[in-house]
Design a protein around this ligand. Structure first.
Ligand code: ADP
Ligand code: MG
Length: 561
């Protein structure tokens, strides 16, 4: 995992994203392959922001990576499908008040790893902010939203129960009436995305892997083809040259399922010599029965010296957050001392507190009925991690990848292999096969429609701006012309009705009128020139629109090959 600060390199693409975030209020989407620095850019935007910005992500580990919180915890959402009822703020009265205040003062929200962000969740974010944001009623309540991610990495997870909410339909539009569901679980098929006017930007330069050394170049090219589903025999050769039959020492393991992660952790734990320390959880008496088994850490936590562990609570020890990784140095009944980076940090038992809710039949509503607690050493074994958890991470040491019997999700093999910086850090338990190369159709479609939509969008914004200015000038010219002809008419009427002795007076008026006319004519001439320039701009805009349209056609065409 990256810890030390690296020097930030600016590219034109990064500058463009910075400009949109820092100088406009537009919503935007930053796309780009793994390691193009999307998260790095996000962190930099936050550092330079002069706005009140909240950083969010879908998984805890990905949030930690960019110094943010999970969407669920920030908004107080339940897990599972987000329905309209969730518009009601969840939590205790105090939590609700705090949330309302936080939402009212928000100016920007940046969300990382959006490939896993489901449409219903983004719509829920939109709905809550429309109600509680600084400008109620507007998209995202007037909060600027920046999304970061790669749609060719892991797609959102949909359970069997939730499947029916996401159905492809011919009549397409996602509806603000949520009961209608969504045409796909992808965030870009949410109502919020479709109406949010997101500008699309793509980062193309890869930073995670070295691209200058020859080996690095080949690795990056093979990863790219794996990502896009255009993998060639020589890519398989290169990647599968890393198959080895033994897990290297001190390697982080990537696996495809939670169960495989548990098994791998157990086997690494058993291989450690030394004494086992067991910590038993304590539940309050009113701990709901149906929460058993879904607790933040298991009922029994076993620790040995040198075990790799993940901290599962905030403030469990000085400087630790939910998601910190460390190695066990020593322990006793009360505490476990971890080495995290170069520091030694003691971790004590942690007490999780949750409100208890009861149905009040008389008032027909849920009411808070006290609190319940769960106490345990907030640690989990962390040698192995699922690919889903690892998305967004850079692995700096050796990495052991076990793709199991089969890859079961779009982008899974690509996400797994693209975590390391160099090919020689990669160790494969089995060869990558053709059937492991899964690319989501809907994501590919979105990308192929993609950049041309941004080009069109930007050209349109420019055109609208020029049009407004032109219209103002034209209106002014017309007014000027009307005024001039009215004065001329008045002057002629005056001349026709004057006697000789009034002539001198009329002459002087006439001279003034002539001068005014000359000025008006000059203005008109200028207006004419402006009109010519406008016509030329209009033509340029039409050409650009045409080009953008051709580009999208060409992309789709190329995409089919
Ligand atoms: N602008 C940059 N300048 C220098 N190094 C960068 C830059 N962006 C990314 N990196 C390097 O690449 C690694 C991966 O970047 P990251 O932001 O995690 O990529 P992504 O989020 O696109 O997958 C970082 O840890 C850092 O080492
Ligand atoms: Mg990232």
């Amino acid at each position: 995992m990256p810890t030390e600060r690296e020097e930030f390199r600016l590219t034109e693409e990064i500058r463009r994203a910075e400009n949109i975030f820092l100088n406009t209020n537009r919503n935007f989407l930053v796309l780009g392959s793994a390691g193009t620095g999307k998260s790095f850019l996000l962190k930099r935007l936050v550092e330079n922001a002069r706005k009140n910005v909240q950083v969010l992500s879908f998984t805890g580990l990905a949030a930690l990576q960019v110094g943010g919180r999970t969407i669920h915890s920030f908004f107080g959402f339940d897990l599972g499908l987000q329905k309209r009822t969730h518009l009601l703020l969840m939590g205790t009265d105090e939590q609700k008040d705090n949330r309302r205040r936080a939402f009212r003062n928000l100016e920007a929200v940046l969300i990382d790893e959006v490939s896993m962000l489901r449409a219903d969740l983004l719509d829920a974010v939109d709905a809550v902010l429309r109600e509680h944001g600084p400008r109620p009623g507007e998209p995202f309540g007037g909060v600027q939203v920046g999304l970061f991610g790669d749609v060719l990495q892991l797609p959102p997870i949909v359970t069997d129960d939730e499947q029916q909410a996401f159905r492809p339909r011919a009549d397409a539009p996602s509806s603000p009436i949520w009961d209608d569901g969504w045409i796909s679980p992808w965030f870009f098929d949410s109502f919020a995305y479709r109406t949010g006017g997101f500008l699309r930007l793509t980062l193309t330069r890869i930073f995670r892997q070295q691209t200058d050394a020859t080996a690095g170049e080949d690795f990056v090219r093979s990863l790219q083809r794996l990502r896009e589903g255009r993998i060639q025999p020589e890519d398989f050769d290169l990647i599968n040259s890393r198959v080895c039959n033994q897990e290297p020492r001190q390697a982080l393991s990537l696996v495809t399922t939670n169960r495989a992660a548990e098994e791998e952790n157990a086997s690494r734990f058993n291989a450690l010599s030394g004494r086992v320390q067991v910590y038993q959880a304590a539940r309050a008496e009113n701990w709901p029965r149906h929460w058993r088994g879904n607790e933040p850490v298991p009922e029994t936590v076993e620790i040995k010296k040198d075990a790799w562990v993940l901290v599962c609570a905030n403030n469990a020890g000085p400087g630790l957050v939910n998601g910190s990784l460390g190695t066990v140095l020593r322990f006793d009944d009360e505490e476990v001392v971890l080495r995290v980076g170069s520091q030694e940090i003691p971790v004590k038992r942690y007490v999780w507190k949750f409100p208890v809710w009861r149905w009040d039949g008389k008032h027909k509503q849920m009411v808070k009925d006290g609190e319940t607690t769960y106490s345990q050493m907030p640690l989990k074994l962390a040698w192995a991690m699922t690919v889903h958890k690892a998305q967004g991470q850079t692995v700096d040491g050796p990495m052991w990848v076990d793709l199991g019997a089969r890859v079961w999700s779009g982008g899974q093999a690509y996400v797994a292999l693209s975590r390391v910086r160099r090919l020689d850090q990669l160790h494969l338990r089995r060869a990558v096969r053709n059937e492991d190369v899964l690319v989501e159709k809907r994501a590919r479609q979105f990308l192929s429609e993609g950049d041309s939509a941004t080009a069109l969008e930007e050209t349109r914004a420019l055109a609208a701006n020029i049009y407004r200015k032109t219209k103002k000038l034209k209106d002014e010219a017309v007014q000027e012309r009307e005024r001039a002809s009215q004065i001329l008419g008045d002057a002629q009427a005056l001349l026709a009705n004057t006697t000789a002795k009034e002539h001198s007076l009329v002459d002087s008026i006439h001279a003034n009128v002539e001068r005014f006319l000359a000025e008006a004519t000059a203005t008109l001439r200028e207006c004419k020139q402006v009109e010519v320039r406008i016509a030329a701009s209009e033509k340029r805009i039409l050409d650009a629109l045409e080009q953008a349209r051709n580009a999208s056609w060409l992309k789709r065409f190329l995409g089919e090959f």
